[in-house]
Ligand binder design. Structure first.
Ligand code: A2P
Length: 318
């Protein structure tokens, strides 16, 4: 297993199993299989609606000593409806209950978007469900995250889908930097400027949707969405290395210095994705893949901007 050094010397396993889009019916077996295969890192969130099922696998694997708790890394995320400071620890404790854990390794603010508590674990339905960040600033939520870390509920705190500006705002207002920023990252969106900033600040960058997340619901997909797993360059490099396209994408991400969380519910792919750590790509090959960058987001965040929402795509990413 390859590890990423966090700011305090803690080691985060560089490949984790993604669980976004994994069904309640399949995710328990997927997590069990991943842990048996040698994964030490599972990425979760309550909005994935499967934390209870992930928890069954974590509990069983820990009980059967497939893995020790101190060798396991579990990340979860604070959903948008729980940004009010008084709700942050409550949400974290609920996640711990579902995951059947005493503490998390990392807890991230899932999106820089706040909605009313009444939305609970669902997306906003109308503009009145949203809370503008001016009324519930991210630094207030972040301060509550800091308290959760102090209380021992999570070893690390971090953010997801945060820009350089928004991270800087957190640091300037609280003096505490996130350990991790989890963002979409793959060869079409290589995140070089954000990664450079994160490296300077000793913030680990976790790459979500590293394979292009083609299993997203059709309604969230653009009609002309480009395929990553079928890109001729990626396929050519895969053939040259007797590897799969997925392995090339995962190794490229590792080589860039990312933590990477490919999602799969198929045993052979779960194994294949972890084995990507063993392959090497030359610096020239990495450069060729870098050239595929088109700053293309599969997850545009436009689902937060409908129905007169105070959020715009521009304000979300800036
Ligand atoms: P499945 O879960 O059926 O294996 P991302 O991690 O970017 O969100 O992408 C997840 C998608 O990629 C899912 O559709 C998943 O399918 C698929 N996938 C995961 N691993 C592989 C692999 N090794 N080869 C091909 N497709 C894969």
């Amino acid at each position: 297993m390859q590890y990423t050094n966090l700011y305090n010397g803690d080691l985060m396993p560089s490949i984790g199993l993604g669980t976004w889009k994994s069904s309640q019916q399949t995710v328990t077996d997927a997590v069990n299989h991943a842990l048996q295969t040698g994964y030490q890192h599972i990425d979760c969130a309550p909005i994935y609606m499967n934390e209870k099922n992930v928890g069954h696998a974590l509990e069983a694997s820990l009980q059967k000593k497939v893995i020790r708790r101190d060798a396991l890394w579990v990340t979860s995320k604070l959903w948008n409806s729980f940004h009010a400071p008084e709700n942050v620890a409550k949400a974290l404790k609920e996640t711990l209950h579902y995951l059947r854990l005493d503490y998390l390794d990392a807890y991230l603010i899932h999106w820089p978007v706040a909605t009313k508590f009444s939305c609970h674990y669902r997306h906003a339905q109308s503009s009145s469900d949203y809370i503008p960040l001016a009324d519930l600033p991210l630094e207030d939520t972040w301060q509550a995250m800091i308290e959760c870390q102090k209380a021992g509920l999570t070893r690390h705190i971090g953010v997801s889908n945060f820009s350089i500006n928004k991270i800087t705002q957190l640091i300037n207002n609280t003096g505490i930097s996130p350990s991790i920023n989890q963002v979409e990252c793959h060869p079409y969106l290589n995140q070089n400027p954000l990664r450079q900033f994160c490296q300077q600040q000793q913030i680990a960058l976790t790459a979500y949707a590293p394979l292009g997340s083609a299993d997203r619901p059709q309604i969230f997909k653009a009609a002309d969405e480009p395929s990553l797993l079928e890109h001729p360059k990626i396929l050519e490099i895969a053939t040259q290395h007797q590897a799969t396209a997925a392995q090339v994408l995962i190794q490229w991400s590792l080589a860039k210095g990312n933590v990477v969380i490919p999602k799969s519910t198929h045993p052979e792919r779960i194994e294949q994705n972890l084995a990507a750590a063993a392959m090497t790509l030359s610096s020239d090959t990495i450069l060729q893949i870098d050239q595929l960058n088109i700053d293309y987001r599969f997850i545009k965040g436009d689902f937060f901007t409908i129905n007169g929402s105070p959020y715009t795509v521009e304000s979300l990413w800036c």
